[in-house]
Write a protein that binds this ligand. Structure first.
Ligand code: PHE
Length: 472
């Protein structure tokens, strides 16, 4: 089967390897890096958390990023279609990813809306000695304002995806991602030049392993999956727009590094300021929306820093949520032959409606709980980040390592001549199709191949499984 010819017509393709890297890194770099990572570091004993995170990243995250992109590039289709090409019996794993996508899109853009509001707020005076915790609570519990900002964020998300792979996602990621890095460095320099910031740097880089518990490891696993966009098929969809000629390994390997770099830079940009102004490093989720605005207000050039910081957050959140939306849209386009415009409009509308109860769970619906006393918003976050993404990861690893096969096979190789008659018959090792895909039919080098196979087959499924059990 010539997969390239059969599907490339209206699906779109990245115009360059750089375009793919920016889009995929854009998917990975998001609220997970700028919002969750710094507060998890703050809550879980500084760099001890970073060390655990780095180990999980190296031994599970990076190999699975390669696996997910490989499935997409192999199938040149949405997650359901690509799994289906490995075996029709596996389509449900892709379908589970689509469900995860809907759940992510229910709560993630709500925070995107908060960012829109705080960006606007950067320019508005809030009076003498404002109570930032109250400002945040008043805003998020308001019945209409957060829905309006959710709507604004959703429209931006919608426009970029409706514009398509090259003219929307790739084009805007190529602008937003480099801009994001520059802004992050500016904010970091500003923070590090504050008096007393050194305490924060020490906090980040001096490990305190006494803080490491089972729960810390669990949250690190969830964070690896969430931050790398792993397990729902977002990277798979982006991989499906790679051409069969691209060097998959080379392009994919930079994504986890950019993602981790941004998470570390964000932590260095935020934590030292928390220390310099004597705030609580373990503030948790409110770090960005309560602690930081208070810090910006005290900081020389605070309005400027606050505005560019929230622009940075907006870019990061957008490039991630477009990848969630694209996974769903690509399914409608491939499977049901919908026009991109129709598919994007309908899905964007549905997820906007799903976002409303999540948004209201900070106000009107705050007493409605789903899982063990978690609000609607928290339940969606928990279900997607801590359960469905790692579960999608285990299933993907099992599929690639065991069903799609993961090793070398000793076989009789028959090389045919131009007339199609057997020319050379020999015994030797052949790559199975998964490794064939990564190496472009054996023509490219794939470093650490045996280690990768071992991890995908054994380490990743077992470790995630054990952490799940521990959690139950
Ligand atoms: N990786 C994104 C972040 O860090 C979130 C995300 C998860 C995006 C899953 C796509 C799929 O914010």
């Amino acid at each position: 089967m010539n997969i390239d010819n059969n599907s490339s017509s209206n699906r779109g393709h990245w115009t360059s390897a750089f375009g793919f890297i920016m889009a995929a890194a854009g998917s990975a770099v998001g609220l997970g890096n700028l919002w969750k990572f710094p507060y998890l570091v703050g809550q879980n004993g500084g760099s001890a958390f970073i060390v655990i995170y780095a180990l999980l990243l190296l031994f599970i995250g990076i190999p699975l990023v390669i696996a997910e992109i490989t499935i997409g590039r192999f199938g040149q289709l949405n997650p359901v279609g690509s799994y289906g090409l490995i075996s029709p019996k596996l389509k449900w794993i892709g379908a589970m990813g689509l469900v995860t996508g809907f759940i992510l899109l229910a709560f993630y853009p709500v925070v995107g809306g908060w960012i829109v509001y705080y960006l606007y707020h950067s320019f508005v005076s809030v009076g003498e000695n404002p109570d930032y915790a109250k400002i945040f609570a008043d805003y998020t519990s308001n019945p209409t304002l957060p829905i309006i900002t959710l709507f604004i964020f959703s429209i931006l998300n919608y426009i970029i995806v409706a514009l398509g792979v090259e003219k929307g996602i790739e084009k805007y990621s190529k602008i937003m991602m480099p801009a994001l890095l520059v802004i992050l460095v500016i904010v970091m320099i500003r923070t590090l030049s504050l008096e007393g910031s050194w305490e924060g740097v020490k906090f980040i880089f001096q490990p305190d392993f006494s803080k490491v518990t089972g729960k810390v490891i669990l949250s690190a696993v969830g964070q690896v999956f969430f931050s790398l966009s792993l397990g729902m098929g977002a990277l798979m969809t982006y991989g499906s727009y790679l051409s069969k000629k691209d060097n998959l390994f080379k392009s994919s390997i930079s994504i986890p590094f950019i993602d981790t770099l941004v998470a570390l830079l964000a932590t260095i940009a935020i934590m030292p300021a928390v220390f310099a102004f004597k705030f609580e490093p373990a503030a948790g989720p409110s770090l960005i929306f309560v602690t930081l605005p208070a810090i910006f207000a005290k900081m020389p050039m605070g309005v400027f820093i606050s505005a560019i910081f929230f622009i940075l957050m907006l870019f990061a959140a957008l490039t991630s949520s477009i990848s969630m939306l694209e996974g769903l849209v690509s399914y409608m386009i491939d499977r049901w032959h919908w026009k991109r415009f129709t598919a994007t409009t309908i899905i964007a509308l549905i997820v906007f409606l799903l976002g409303i109860p999540c948004s209201l769970s900070f106000g009107m619906l705050k007493d409605v709980t789903i899982f063990s006393n978690k609000t609607i918003f928290d339940s969606m976050d928990f279900l997607a980040s801590n359960i469905l993404l790692p579960l999608g990861g285990i299933l993907m690893a099992i599929c690639v390592g065991w069903i799609w096969d993961g090793g070398l096979r000793y076989e009789t190789i028959i090389v045919k001549n131009q007339k199609g008659n057997p020319d050379v018959i020999t015994n030797g090792y052949v790559f199975n199709s998964c490794l064939m895909e990564i190496t472009n039919q054996g023509t490219l080098n794939f470093p650490f191949m045996s280690a990768w196979i071992f991890i995908v087959k054994w380490v990743a499924p077992l470790v995630i499984f054990l952490i799940f059990i521990d959690n139950l």
